[in-house]
Write a protein that binds this ligand. Structure first.
Ligand code: UT7
Length: 334
């Protein structure tokens, strides 16, 4: 068995900054409420005409990751693209990136695991590299939330938290002790309805939605039972981090850097406290970018790495929880 490691990281966020005060002009909310409940100060939204989309933002992050990995795009053996907001219903963003990068026929796979999408994507990449089937895998997380949010009071607890952006990582076969030690994935479909966007879909096509003209339970906007998601998140984050540490015979004291999915600053702070980590051992950036779902971990990981917060030999832990419910962790020796 081989071991995989991350050799290149990249990120991209649109220029357009949307502050909490901007949102309070659209719905009945306030900077105080948003900051107190979520820690978010601002987020980025694609602006009409700025040329961005989920695939394009993913492409920008991917190009940076490939440059930093110092490999040629043609050496990529597999593309894994995680998103809940693809440009098209089909085909997925994976093949769009492949075309835009100009890579001829490597396999391209889309992962639909929402906030846990990047962790799932890293796990997929790791398995293919471990078995020796592929050597270099590009994993991308990208989201265009802003185009599909309900900016009215009806969804204010959902729409204030999400932002747009993308992050990417290039993984390759490791030639030393460093790399991904293990990945741990879970899901629990009984909670499908607690955080979902159900239409348009094969269950409900557009004409049907228009005919029904719903006012309350609008299927084409995300809906979320925020408190239930919050309660499950804090439990599952802790469980799956401990699962990863136990698997490797490690303890929470061994963690050098923790990169949580940026769901809510209060969730990250709760987990930080449970793990007994200092502020310098956790990287949060939800204050600037909001919750970017599958993009949040690669954006935060890239930013932490750019700031020099991750050094060779460090034990880095990634963990995510989100819609599905799905959750997972990645334990890395950098
Ligand atoms: O990444 C995917 C996973 N997602 C998450 O992890 C999200 C987890 N959940 C959360 O982060 C929190 O539940 C939210 C931030 C989404 C909501 O915070 P909350 O403390 O659970 O608020 P709530 O929905 O229980 O609402 C509390 C009050 C309500 O008013 P009343 O009934 O007490 O009068 C809401 O109507 O706050 C009101 N409210 C708002 N007020 C101002 C809800 N949203 C807003 C808002 N601005 N945006």
């Amino acid at each position: 068995m081989y071991q995989s490691k991350i050799i290149g990281l990249g990120k991209y966020v649109p220029d357009n900054i949307v502050t909490n005060d901007d949102l309070s002009k659209l719905m009945d909310t306030s900077n105080e409420w948003i900051q107190e409940r979520t820690g978010i100060q601002e987020r980025r939204h694609i602006k009409k005409g700025d040329g961005n989309s989920t695939a394009i933002m993913g492409l920008k992050a991917a190009k940076q990751a490939i440059d930093r990995a110092e490999i040629n795009k043609d050496e990529i053996d597999l593309i894994v693209f995680a998103t809940l907001s693809p440009d098209y219903y089909f085909p997925g963003c994976g093949v769009q990136i492949q075309e835009k990068l100009g890579i001829k026929t490597c396999p391209a796979l889309d992962v639909r695991n929402q906030c846990s999408g990047f962790v799932y994507g890293i796990s997929v990449a790791d398995q293919f590299i471990k078995t020796g089937m592929y050597k270099n895998v590009l994993v991308i997380g990208s989201e265009n939330h802003s185009g599909g949010l309900d900016m009215t009071n009806r969804s204010r607890h959902v729409s204030v938290i999400f932002g747009d952006g993308a992050g990417a990582a290039v993984l390759t076969r490791s030639d030393d002790e460093s790399g991904i030690l293990s990945t741990h994935l879970h899901s629990q479909g009984e909670y499908i309805d607690e955080l979902s966007l159900r239409g348009p879909s094969t269950e409900k096509w557009v004409p049907e939605i228009i005919a029904e003209n719903p006012q309350e339970d609008i299927p084409y906007y995300p809906k979320m039972n925020g408190q239930l998601v919050f309660k499950n998140a804090v439990v599952r984050f802790s469980e799956v981090i401990n699962e990863g540490l136990d698997f490797n015979g490690l303890k929470k004291e061994n963690i050098d850097m923790f990169i949580p999915h940026q769901a809510n600053l209060r969730i990250s702070q709760f987990i930080q406290k449970k793990l007994g980590l200092e502020d310098t051992q956790v990287h949060n950036n939800i204050q600037k970018y909001g919750n970017t779902t599958a993009a949040s971990i690669p954006i935060a990981l890239t930013e932490a790495w750019e700031k020099g917060k991750i050094k060779k030999g460090d034990l880095v832990v990634l963990a995510a929880f989100g819609s599905g419910f799905t959750w997972g962790s990645v334990i890395i020796r950098w």
